[in-house]
Design a protein around this ligand. Structure first.
Ligand SMILES: Nc1ncnc2c1ncn2[C@@H]1O[C@H](COP(=O)(O)OP(=O)(O)OP(=O)(O)O)[C@@H](O)[C@H]1O
Ligand SMILES: [Mg+2]
Length: 1012
């Protein structure tokens, strides 16, 4: 940011803060008045406001009223804090003495949050407490306020810690934790205030709307207001992966990976040899280029180009090659390589680039993470038929069949089907090999993943955390499993999914807080419509930030890191060392052990332990190695005497992709006016510099001569790193935005489907809806088989009759339909479902639906009414769910194939939208047709439903199945009887309301079950 913009930006922020200041004096005035009240009188405020606000329905009016009472409500919270002072509160099993009364800056932060903004407040400024102000105010509406934290530990901690205030004031507070049952969750959501992680909130939404089959199974009660703590971590970092609930897939090709593994291994080996040869050649040429005797070299530029090409080839063929890294340690060599690459890209047609790649067996692109077999590679894997690994042009092939000599339509169709199957098989094969190549060439054990208990576990590259349960998509995970020889797990199918962005957009009002939001302000505004307000610190910040120290190699860098740790440790200062990966932290730990330095390493497995280690990091002489961001939200208090020796020192061992994460690390020290300092160490071998480095500048500084092990210093260097970070940040923002644009399409589909489901789940008159759907489908079908321009006799009445008779047990002969059509006189009512039908068509529709209704009346007469109601609901839900899940899968494939297809000038997103629209249209028609198909087939709809149930978490699975019995084809009446027989009416508990769920667990209302 340039100075000028900073001034403008800064002053705008200052104005914003200034505007909020008058509120502060109001609040404080109210608060001194409140000091006279008794505890009960103070508490009574809550009840009074709640009663008033409960009567207001209108959103605007409600917001207005909240603004009105804000000063007094905030004062009530502040006053409650005052009264709590000195009290002991148990938080996560440990006693904490309450000693907080909100500072003025905290009041300002709270107002900004109430206004739906993100407050940026430095570490240790007490954001946890800040949130209680807007939370209390908004919870008075009774509509439920959610506070979102980064992990379960913090959710539990904050709900207990801050719960002291809420409870004191007469509000209820709950917390959602990973292992809670739906019943417990519902109770937590019923509280005025609910703490929890973004994942738990999001999954509950998905389960409620995408999977629950009864209203009683739903746990959330709306999305009124959420405050997101560590908002950058959640809305930006976590938002890169959507929330997914999945079950076993029906479309699986896992065997492919094991099948192709030996072949890919030999490919990778051959490529390694090839690359070693290139490296050897390059080394020989480098010797020629820079002879030891310093003599002059002829043809230097040709030599340089040749070397550059060889190095580039290795980078493309074996990006993680150690030999290459070593050669590139010399920046001159790196420059040769970059220049050669640049030259190759200059040519529009990329002829040379293509030729270079053809020197290899396969080509990797580290930035886009793609892997492709070259022609050489294809001949290597399939010498007899290299075409076996080329995708055919399906459209032309299909067209050729039609244009060919075959006249028999059936044979033509068979031929086409064969071609399609062939295409599918090849595409799968190519895909599996490409994923395996990636697994071998780009994914390294103990860097991108670790193996634990025979499982491949992803290491989050940003936080260094292990992410058990998460899997790379699209077969990559299985490819890595095949590579490591561990069990290949089944590909799973998505049952329900939503992006974090779209989940949080559900809230009527959203706010956030963090120590670092400013660098991502554009994204917050763009995507979440959230403004950022930077709140000044309570006491001035006196942290000393050093310039970065830059080294040529990682080795030199870490030696310097260890030296600095030793030096400061000797002075008694605590040191917090940040690393970007688990691997680095372990390596550094080994180095420190060798030096005999006692230290702790954060093994980010248990948040509570993690928090305890971080909390101790401020003690005299403590050395703590933490992967970046680990322990967010945990306060590092300085131990006795530490402030006198300079406070906590933060040492960064690498620059992160995002400046924000570096700021977060820096911010761990110098809280609340404490002394402290920070210092980052980087080397030219760090990833950030390798990918986007500014080698020109490095070279320039190096020309000035640096001793081995010495530091490079130049003001430009710091700037070049910053700009590299900015580039990556922008790149990542673009990716996230793009992902979101794609997801927006799906989001609309999801809304329609979820609304449809909810209508059924909540609806009393599902049967009417069922009959409506039937009628809609009949209209569709009649339109499909009849045509107003032709004689009734020419209508495809045979097909219509077939369809009707296939779906409904009617047996209507086509002549009857014809007679009906000819007798048709009435015009349908304008604007009704039948609008646009001719009298003949209208008559046919009426005739058929009338027959269906009559048949259904007969069915009703001999079925158990309650059981039938259940079946009706499931008939609809199971059709929606099965086809929706297929739709998710198809949309995924669509996205993938759109990515593969070249579109010339056209935007793939536009193509995607157009096709997605068509697919959704088909989905809705298919759902309705499927429902029709199942109306009279309770048996088949039940097995479909059971299929669906298999994918649902245990708790609901158990309940729903027991209501229906486990047999293949069970009449619903018998099933209901059985369920009643099994139900034991136990009446020891509290009295059950007639409309409550029956305690026997049948899932029915009490009055319809044991309460009869
Ligand atoms: N008004 C206050 N008076 C006294 N102490 C306070 C006050 N507000 C907060 N604190 C203390 O400051 C410390 C840090 O609070 P907290 O963890 O909420 O900070 P934070 O802003 O959330 O930091 P981080 O960015 O690490 O999450 C806590 O020990 C808390 O007790
Ligand atoms: Mg915090």
């Amino acid at each position: 940011m340039t100075g000028l913009i900073k001034i403008i930006f800064g002053s705008r922020n200052d104005r914003e803060v200034k505007r909020l200041k008058p509120f502060v004096s109001q609040i404080n005035e109210f608060e001194s008045g409140l000091q006279k009240l008794s505890d009960d009188e103070l508490r009574a405020k809550t009840a009074a406001w709640k009663a008033t606000l409960a009567k207001i329905e209108d959103k605007e009016e409600l917001a207005q009223k909240l603004n009105e009472i804000l000063p007094e409500a905030f004062a009530v919270v502040k006053n409650a804090c005052r009264r709590l002072c000195g009290q002991e509160i148990t938080v996560r099993g440990l006693p904490i003495k309450w000693e907080m009364i909100p500072f003025d800056v905290q009041l300002i932060g709270g107002i900004a949050q109430h206004q739906g903004k993100i407050t940026e407040m430095a570490t240790g400024e007490g954001k946890t407490l800040v949130a209680t102000l807007p939370v209390y105010l908004n919870a008075l509406t009774g509509r439920g306020v959610h506070v979102v934290t980064v992990n379960d530990y913090l959710a539990a901690r904050d709900s207990e810690w801050m719960g002291a205030i809420y409870k004191f004031l007469g509000l209820t507070v709950g917390v959602i934790l990973h292992d809670q049952s739906p019943r417990v969750r519902r109770e937590q959501y019923a509280c005025d205030i609910t703490y929890g992680t973004n994942a738990e909130f999001g999954f509950d939404y998905l389960r409620d709307n995408g999977m629950a089959t009864r209203k009683e199974e739903q746990v959330q009660r709306g999305h009124y207001f959420a405050i997101v703590d560590e908002v950058d971590s959640i809305l930006i970092d976590e938002a890169r992966t959507p929330l997914i609930i999945s079950g076993p897939s029906m479309h699986t090709h896992d065997e492919q990976f094991a099948q192709w593994k030996p072949l890919v291994e030999s490919l990778v080996r051959a490529q390694q040899q090839l690359c070693n040869r290139f490296l050897a050649e390059a080394e020989a040429l480098i010797k020629k280029l820079r002879p030891e005797d310093g003599s002059n070299v002829q043809n230097a530029s040709a030599l340089e180009h040749e070397i550059g090409l060889l190095l580039f080839r290795v980078k493309t063929g074996q990006p993680k090659s150690e030999g290459l890294m070593k050669i590139l340690e010399n920046p001159e060599n790196a420059q040769l390589m970059n220049r050669a690459e640049l030259d190759l890209h200059k040519d529009q047609k990329k002829v040379d680039l293509y030729r270079e790649k053809e020197e290899l067996l396969f080509a990797m692109d580290e930035k886009s993470q793609e892997a492709d077999l070259t022609e050489k590679g294809r001949s290597f894997v399939s010498p007899k038929d290299p075409e076996a690994f080329v995708l055919p042009d399906l459209t032309t092939q299909l067209h050729d069949v039609d244009a060919g000599a075959e006249t028999d339509a059936r044979k033509r169709l068979e031929a086409k089907t064969r071609l399609q199957a062939d295409f599918e098989a090849k595409a799968q094969k190519i895909h599996a090999i490409s994923q395996l190549l990636k697994a071998y060439s780009l994914y390294q054990l103990d860097v991108e993943y670790v193996i634990q208990e025979n499982k491949v576990i992803i290491v989050d590259q940003h936080t260094g955390r292990l992410m058990p349960g998460r899997r790379w998509s699209d077969g990559l995970h299985q490819a890595v499993e095949a590579k490591e020889g561990v069990a290949i797990e089944r590909e799973t199918q998505t049952l329900a999914t939503i992006t974090i962005q779209n989940y949080f957009r559900l809230y009527q009002k959203l706010a956030g807080m963090t120590g670092t939001a400013e660098t991502e302000a554009t994204e917050f505004l763009d995507i979440y419509k959230l403004g950022v307000v930077t709140i000044p610190t309570n006491k001035p910040n006196i942290r000393k930030d050093s310039h970065d120290s830059i080294y040529k190699t990682r080795r030199e860098k870490f030696n310097a890191v260890v030296a600095e740790i030793k030096e400061l440790h000797a002075k008694g200062r605590p040191i917090l060392v940040g690393t970007v990966s688990v691997e680095t932290s372990e390596m550094l730990s080994r180095m420190l052990k060798r030096e005999g330095l006692i230290h702790s390493v954060l093994n980010a497995k248990y948040h509570q332990q993690e928090a305890e280690i971080v909390a101790r990091a401020g003690q005299r002489g403590a050395v703590t190695i933490a992967t970046n961001m680990a322990g967010r939200g945990t306060d590092i208090k300085l131990g006795p005497g530490v402030a006198d020796v300079g406070g906590l020192h933060v040492l960064g061992t690498e620059r992160h992709e995002a400046r924000r994460i570096d700021r977060q690390l820096r911010g761990r020290c110098s809280r609340q006016g404490d002394p402290g300092s920070s210092h980052f160490f980087i080397s030219r071998e760090d990833d950030l510099r390798r990918l986007f480095g500014a080698d020109r500048i490095v070279k320039k500084t190096e020309k000035n001569g640096v001793a081995e092990g010495g530091e490079l210093k130049h003001p430009w260097l710091n700037r070049s790193i910053q700009s590299a970070q900015k580039k990556v940040e922008q790149h990542n923002f673009q990716i996230r935005k793009r992902t979101l644009e794609y997801d927006d399409v799906m989001n609309k589909h999801r809304q329609v489907i979820y609304d449809f489901r909810n209508e059924i789940i909540n609806g009393e008159d599902v049967r009417d809806r069922l009959m409506d759907i039937m009628e809609e489908v009949v209209v569709e079908k009649v339109l499909e088989f009849t045509n107003t321009d032709t004689e009734h006799g020419e209508w495809k009445l045979r097909q219509l009759a077939d369809w009707v008779n296939l779906n409904f047990p009617l047996g209507i002969p086509e002549v009857e339909i014809l007679k009906t059509a000819e007798a048709g006189k009435d015009e349908p009512v304008a604007g009704s479902l039948f609008d646009g039908l001719s009298p003949a068509q209208f008559a046919v529709v009426n005739f058929i639906s009338e027959k269906v209704r009559n048949a259904y009346e007969i069915k009703i007469s001999f079925e158990n009414p309650d059981a039938l109601k259940e079946v009706e609901r499931f008939t609809i839900l199971s059709a929606i769910d099965r086809l929706w899940q297929e739709h998710l899968y198809e949309m995924d494939s669509l996205r993938y194939s759109i990515g593969l297809r070249g579109y010339g000038q056209r935007d793939p997103l536009v193509e995607y939208k157009a096709e997605a629209f068509k697919m959704f249209d088909e989905l809705m028609v298919n759902v309705k047709t499927q429902i029709c198909n199942n109306i009279f087939r309770s048996a088949s709809s039940m097995s479909a439903f059971e299929n669906f149930l298999r994918n649902v978490p245990q708790q609901t699975l158990h309940q729903a199945v027991s209501a229906f019995g486990g047999g293949d084809v069970v009449s619903e009446a018998a099933a209901a009887q059985e369920a009643r027989a099994r139900a034991k009416p136990v009446r020891t508990g509290p009295k059950v309301g007639r409309n409550d769920p029956c305690p026997c667990g049948s899932g029915k209302k009490y009055k319809q079950c044991c309460g009869r």
